[in-house]
Design a protein around this ligand. Structure first.
Ligand SMILES: Nc1ncnc2c1ncn2[C@@H]1O[C@H](COP(=O)(O)OP(=O)(O)O)[C@@H](O)[C@H]1O
Ligand SMILES: [Mg+2]
Length: 395
């Protein structure tokens, strides 16, 4: 951490109490996953949720994550969410103290129309889950990401874009615009691509949104580098990041307008090839995030499972700290599923003090409540069993 950043960080932590950050104060779920109904109040301390395998811990984190853009921590389809023995309808609602007002957010579906996701903000219908992005931002880690460095670029790209979205709520809209334009272009190409003007218009939309996506990813990576998080204690390893992608690379040496123009030209030149391939072979939808374990100088893919997990945790915390430096009152919420399992006692303690310093609301799960015991009353503890959630006091 550079001195300037450290100073800024120090003064920021001192001010942390004064910074108003959004936090969820109450969560209510109805006929959601394993829960007929549950109502949980959160007091702002990190929430430590424990319970046996299958008790319903991840379901709680998933419910929370659905008050954000996208499909939540599991990327679930709508028809997976209603409780199997329920009437087909379901609801998740959250009260959020945004530092000034109490807001209410809700998502769900009616039993009469389970295929339509209803999103509500303060009792008004919202256009869709994207509307939540203006109010709450989420970053999460789940066991499903444990193989992030081993598998294809798609999941790493999602991870990268979620990290970007934490800084920049407009990133989701760009991604949607890009994907829509890309699908439309493909349809036009399949139809023979005769409408040149229309194709060009769609390609320029792709170029516009695509360049913005690449630029936002680059900005995210530089913020992360500037925040240089956990390096002091070395509890979570530092990572070097590189973006692999045509546009991201071009932006290193060229201005945005030039990159956008070049991309539109590339798309035009590759129409025939993309038509044959059935998809666009170039663009930010093909980019990858390359992560290197700095101390070992080794690509994450070649690191041990434990090292990979530590790298991921380090990245998420680094990004949260980057955000707290650039936008201390950002409404970020951290969801850390099965986080304690991979960490020894020292790392769990370090994680806690980092979360404490960051001041963003955090929800964590673990199978054994003893994993969280050392946190004592600095955390709020919950037990999940038999389809119910109870706050517990540590003795
Ligand atoms: N739509 C659903 N209706 C009823 N039960 C569900 C539904 N989806 C998942 N479950 C159940 O929820 C339980 C898993 O909850 P989960 O939160 O993943 O547990 P864990 O505490 O291990 O994280 C499983 O028993 C699963 O069968
Ligand atoms: Mg789970």
């Amino acid at each position: 951490m550079s001195e300037a950043v450290a100073r800024k960080w120090d003064s920021e932590t001192q001010d942390a109490a004064a910074v108003k950050r959004a936090r969820i104060t109450r969560l209510t779920v109805t006929n959601f996953r394993s829960y007929p109904r549950a109502e949980i109040s959160f007091d702002g301390r990190p929430a430590a949720i424990s319970g046996a395998n299958g008790a319903g811990k991840t379901n709680i984190l998933e419910a929370i994550s659905l008050i954000g853009p996208g499909r939540g921590v599991r990327g679930a389809r709508l028809d997976e969410l209603p409780r199997i023995d329920g009437d087909g309808g379901w609801a998740v609602s959250a009260r959020v103290d945004d530092g000034e007002d109490e807001r209410r957010f809700g998502v769900g579906a009616a039993s009469a129309n389970p295929a339509r996701r209803i999103c509500r903000i303060d009792d008004r219908d919202a256009s869709g889950p994207g509307a939540f992005a203006e109010h709450l931002r989420f970053m999460w880690l789940t066991p499903a990401q444990d193989r992030l460095f081993m598998e294809g670029a798609g999941d790493r790209r999602k991870f990268l874009d979620r990290m970007t979205l934490a800084h920049d709520p407009a990133h989701g809209r760009r991604s949607t615009a890009y994907e829509q334009a890309m699908r439309q272009r493909q349809r036009l190409l399949e139809d023979g691509g005769r409408d040149e003007d229309w194709l060009s218009a769609v390609e320029s939309q792709m170029a516009d949104a695509g360049t913005a996506i690449a630029a936002a990813r680059r900005a995210m990576v530089s913020r992360l580098e500037a925040a240089e998080v956990t390096s002091e204690d070395n509890v979570f390893p530092d990572a070097d990041l590189a973006l692999e992608g045509d546009l991201e690379k071009a932006l290193q040496s060229e201005g945005r307008d030039a990159v956008e123009r070049d991309f539109a030209e590339t798309l035009r030149a590759r129409r025939r090839r993309d038509a044959e391939a059935g998809r666009a072979l170039t663009g930010p939808h093909r980019s990858d995030l390359l992560v290197t374990h700095r101390a070992k100088g080794r690509p994450a893919r070649l690191c041990s499972t434990g090292e990979q997990k530590a790298l991921l945790i380090g990245l998420v915390l680094a990004n949260a700290r980057a955000l707290s430096l650039s936008d201390p009152s950002a409404p970020l919420i951290l969801l850390l599923d099965e986080i304690a399992a991979h960490l020894d006692e020292g790392r769990r303690a370090a994680l806690f003090s980092i979360l404490d310093d960051l001041g963003f609301q955090a929800f964590m799960t673990g199978t054994d409540r003893s994993l969280f015991e050392a946190w004592g009353s600095r955390a709020q503890h919950f037990d999940v069993s038999d389809g119910a959630v109870h706050e517990t006091q540590l003795t």
